[in-house]
Design a protein around this ligand. Structure first.
Ligand code: CUA
Length: 428
């Protein structure tokens, strides 16, 4: 008789506690996402929905465990003067089955939901645009390819230090690293993917219109894998345009820059460095009217023209121009005193590399350039632009050959470069 009365009271208590737990879990799931960045991609919405379900379940479990802990501390506390031992409890088979079965069901449900979101995110989207990502300590660069307007048979590529796209356009990123492991993470897109040496990894997202956003919207890209001294500063931006027309306006402007570079190699070199498509600014120190770099890893570049013509030329037997060329093309061939083999092989196209050398030669105390660079005719205004080796990966050999024929040094295919960099890094 007495036991029946107790159990009906227990049932009512359990129902009330259950409702309170679910309500608490619901509040946790509802309010935690308020601290998240905006949902800027279709994938972000899927992932946030999945996360809300996990938060609801996690919230209920959290409140249940903490609630029972708090209740037990209060209910079974030692009373004043009570020096007896606690009850000797050996176990409860029913309880153990319940607390094993419920989590097992939860894990299976979450696995099915996660797998469905994962396959949806990874799936190939119709009409997706592929952009290449180059990661190098401590910079992100993005290579776009298009048909060369001067010669519709060939491909024109350009690099940008920002990733531009527009609402509704599915993106597929093909990611390479030129040195160590990095991780490409855009919090607003909710996706994070490692970028691994010797491999190509992919990253897919489709930008969506975010509530209350002004366009073009800018979302930070972060490196999420400790990669060295400036890891925390390895940041770039995704720029989402509102319409395809806005995006095309940006794209055409970038193509125009490639087709009509400054005629003066010095100005061209300076523009390349200022565009930050190569990671130079993240490691070197340079202070000019146009450029303010505060890297902490590589040698300072102020006065580099004087050193290239002086002590570096003596040490290497190269002219100032050749020394600067080698320092970028084969960074580990000669290391400036006091610096380690940290600079990656960057595969800078020949015309760009010569232009950067032309600019570096002007960094002298007297202002008189340490060298004068003559760009070959194929680097001229409106001339065909070299494709980067990665951009034409299946035809990498053809690209290398074509570059050799143009009378300049071959740019190594990406794989060879990766191996060379690894070797150079490993050698004592
Ligand atoms: Cu790249 Cu951390």
């Amino acid at each position: 008789m007495n036991s029946t009365k107790v159990s009906s009271r227990t049932v009512v208590t359990l129902i009330i506690v259950g409702i309170l737990l679910i309500a608490g879990g619901f509040l946790i799931a509802q309010f935690t996402p308020l601290i998240f960045p905006v949902e800027a991609s279709a994938e972000a919405r899927q992932i946030d929905q999945l996360f809300s379900i996990s938060l609801l379940i996690g919230g209920v479990v959290f409140l249940l465990v903490q609630g029972m802990l708090a209740y037990s501390v209060w209910r079974f506390r030692a009373r004043a003067g009570d020096m007896t031992d606690g009850a000797n409890i050996h176990g409860n088979t029913t309880l153990e089955i319940v607390w094993t079965a419920i989590p097992a069901v939860i894990v299976i449900v979450l696995t099915v939901l996660s797998y469905s979101v994962w396959t949806s995110i990874q799936s190939v989207k119709p009409d997706e645009q592929t952009v290449e990502v180059q990661a190098a300590r401590f910079n992100w660069a993005f290579t776009y390819s298009t048909t060369d307007p001067r010669d519709t048979g060939s491909t024109l590529t350009f690099r940008s230090n920002e990733l531009h796209t527009y609402i509704g356009r599915p993106m597929r990123l093909e990611m390479h690293t030129q040195d160590v492991i990095h991780a490409f993470w855009v919090p607003a897109m909710r996706i994070k993917q490692d970028v691994l040496p010797g491999r190509v990894t992919e990253y897919r997202f489709t930008p969506v219109e975010a509530a209350g956003e002004t366009y073009p919207a800018r979302y930070p890209i972060k490196c999420a894998e400790l990669c060295g001294a400036e890891h925390g500063n390895m940041v770039a931006w995704v720029v989402v345009h509102q319409t395809e027309d806005d995006y095309t306006a940006w794209f055409d402007q970038e193509v125009d820059k490639v087709l009509n570079p400054p005629a003066d190699p010095v100005l061209r070199g300076e523009a390349i460095l200022a565009s930050q498509v190569y990671p130079c600014h993240t490691c070197h120190v340079l202070s000019t009217d146009a450029l303010q770099w505060a890297g902490a890893v590589g040698p300072a570049l102020n006065g580099i023209g004087d050193r290239a013509a002086g002590p570096r030329s003596t040490a290497t037997g190269l002219s100032a121009e050749d020394y600067l060329y080698q320092s970028i093309h084969e960074p580990n061939a000669y290391l400036a005193p006091g610096f380690g083999a940290l600079m990656p092989q960057l595969d800078v196209p020949e015309c760009e590399l010569r232009s950067v050398v032309a600019y570096l030669c002007t960094l002298t105390e007297s202002g008189t350039p340490a060298c004068t660079v003559e760009l070959p005719p194929e680097c001229g205004i409106g001339a065909p632009v070299e494709a980067t080796p990665e951009a034409t990966a299946p035809a990498a050999d053809a690209t290398a050959e074509a570059t050799t024929e143009a009378g300049t040094e071959a740019t190594a295919p990406a794989e060879v470069t990766a191996e060379a960099t690894v070797e150079a890094t490993e050698s004592p």
